[in-house]
Design a binder for this molecule. Sequence first.
Ligand SMILES: N[C@@H](CCC(=O)N[C@@H](CS)C(=O)NCC(=O)O)C(=O)O
Length: 224
Amino acid sequence: MPEVTNAAITLTAYDWVPNFARGQVRDLRARWALEELGVDYSVRYLAQGDQKSDRHRTQQPFGQVPTYEEGNLTLFESGAMLLHIADNYPGLYPDEPHGRAMATQWLIAALNSVEPAILDYVHSTVFERKQAWAQERLPLILERMTERLGALSDALGEMAWLAGSFSVADIMMVTVLRPVSQTVEFQAFDNLAAYVARGEARPAFQAALAAQLDGFTGEPPARS
Ligand SMILES: N[C@@H](CCC(=O)N[C@@H](CS)C(=O)NCC(=O)O)C(=O)O
């Protein structure tokens, strides 16, 4: 198991999140990449709320997880972590420069062209669901999300992975898609449903998911 104590790489993660977020917190992305490579990492667990401390903000200006520490390097942004890992440990980028550029492109597309539409849906159906306007806004959000998923489905076509061989682009895209992968709208795209299932079937994904779930040993924040 790559999650050990005193490894050269340390991630931050939460020691508690609500059930709906378990298995979705973005430290999963870095864990998955490291599991694929068999690279050891440690985790510093934060209680809910501690991510907003001054100390944590020196590492993550937005007061979020994950962070990634390795020697004197500290990174925030899961995308930067995946690119750094792929650059420094062979195995998650295609071998030739063209393939690497394609993988980088698709990782950024996951974050910049696909994730915003998915987050809109998650915000509307989870965090903002009790707002009077949430139901009224939903059709528009679904339309935008479906348009993005349709375009991704067309681009993926019959390919197994986005940049030829399995790469960091797939770690990012699969984790970006997972929050909506059980919706009717998503399941209508057979190749996307199969793509996410293919990613989730990888032993390294399963190990990363289990490690994240094992880390939720804390208590919910006290109600004020
Ligand atoms: N763009 C950041 C987003 C990080 C993020 O949204 N983290 C969430 C957990 S998955 C978080 O800490 N949310 C709590 C908060 O924003 O206070 C990344 O990809 O690393």
